[in-house]
Design a protein around this ligand. Structure first.
Ligand SMILES: C[S@@+](CC[C@H](N)C(=O)[O-])C[C@H]1O[C@@H](n2cnc3c(N)ncnc32)[C@H](O)[C@@H]1O
Length: 322
């Protein structure tokens, strides 16, 4: 991230520079001294075998790094155990030197729904809020953007990203172990912001969208992927307690409310480009997660409902311009 500041910021010129530099320093100091999971996962990544991949494929469904014949049996064993120790792998799949990490989500399915609606990524500056292990950042890196910055506060996912970057070593992809509210206002900086799977976790979704709007260059694009409910009545579902066993779900808008949020945040040219119900093909339990998955979140008698009796998850992708 120090490289990010060096390449893209100008001390004394960009008003966000000092605040971002401080955040980067604070996070570095935190990662150097943290205990708990951050310390545990950091040491896992440090112990992964040092191998230079002979090939990298960011265009196929699995982010693929190196080939299995590059590894000695002992290295393969260490790599496999290290990757297992970084569980749960929610987003993927990844292929590390022939070790196939079959993540809970088949993230290529969302990528394939999204990609026809993305602008050209070449020479673009992109922010991915809630980037998880970087699956979408790596897919975007294949199109030669100037930079992709991810934000991922959860230790396992941040260090999964670090594990992939240990081998990919992509110079235009960065990630901070930070939440979006920690990022200083970088007004008119990004060409594209991805906000996928985040907004329903926010108590003030419009406030977040406004900050995203202001961080985009004029004409820049946002991609918002969010849980939605059917209908166009400007209603939101506000779960009494949990939604699909998640405690931290607040507003799930219908299609009109989602559009109204984007308009109120200042966006124009608002388009709903995809609406897809989440299936057991896209989100399912694999050997790479130990927790429950979609089938445990749905009513076994009526899978059109969550266990709480709310409509089962449906996600929509919106694009809009600043
Ligand atoms: C549902 S996942 C979505 C991941 C990915 N964007 C996708 O669409 O597949 C939400 C991710 O956002 C992260 N996250 C949660 N709150 C966040 C925040 N305030 N700022 C940035 N990331 C956040 C979580 O740790 C998690 O990895």
């Amino acid at each position: 991230m120090e490289q990010f500041l060096k390449n893209y910021g100008h001390p004394g010129w960009d008003q966000w520079y000092d605040a971002l530099e401080k955040l980067v320093k604070d996070k570095r100091a935190y990662l150097d001294s943290a205990g708990g999971n951050f310390k545990k996962f950091k040491s896992v990544v440090e112990k992964l075998p040092e191998i230079y991949p002979h090939s990298v494929d960011l265009s196929s469904r699995a982010v693929s790094i190196g080939q299995s014949d590059q590894l000695l049996p002992d290295e393969k064993d260490r790599l496999y155990k290290g990757l297992v120790n970084l569980c749960p792998w929610r987003k993927g799949p990844f292929d590390f030197f022939g070790v196939h990490v079959d993540a809970e989500w088949q993230s290529w399915m969302k990528w394939e729904r999204l990609v026809p609606h993305l602008p050209s990524l070449k020479y673009r500056k992109i922010l991915d809020i809630g980037s998880s292990n970087g699956y979408y950042m790596f897919k975007m890196a294949a199109s030669d953007p100037t930079l992709v910055l991810g934000l991922e506060p959860q230790s396992a996912f941040y260090y999964q990203y670090c594990a992939a970057q240990k081998y990919l070593n992509l110079k235009n992809v960065f990630c901070l172990p930070a939440a979006y509210n920690e990022l200083p206002a970088m007004n008119r900086f990004f060409d594209l912001v991805l906000c996928m799977g985040i907004l329903y976790h926010r108590k003030s979704p419009v406030k977040m969208l406004k900050k995203i709007h202001d961080s985009l260059v004029p004409g820049g694009q946002v991609v918002v992927e969010n849980l939605v409910i059917k209908g166009e009545n400007n209603y939101c579902l506000f779960p009494f307690d949990r939604y699909a066993k998640m405690r931290n779900v607040f507003f799930i808008p219908d299609l009109s409310a989602m559009e109204a949020w984007l308009a109120r945040a200042g966006f124009s040219d608002i388009r709903c480009v995809d609406i897809t119900g989440t299936t057991l093909t896209e989100q399912r339990k694999t050997d790479w997660i130990q927790t429950e998955s979609l089938e445990d979140f749905l009513d076994p008698e009526d899978p059109s409902k969550t266990v709480e009796g709310y409509p089962a998850p449906v996600r929509a992708i919106y694009t809009a311009s600043a």
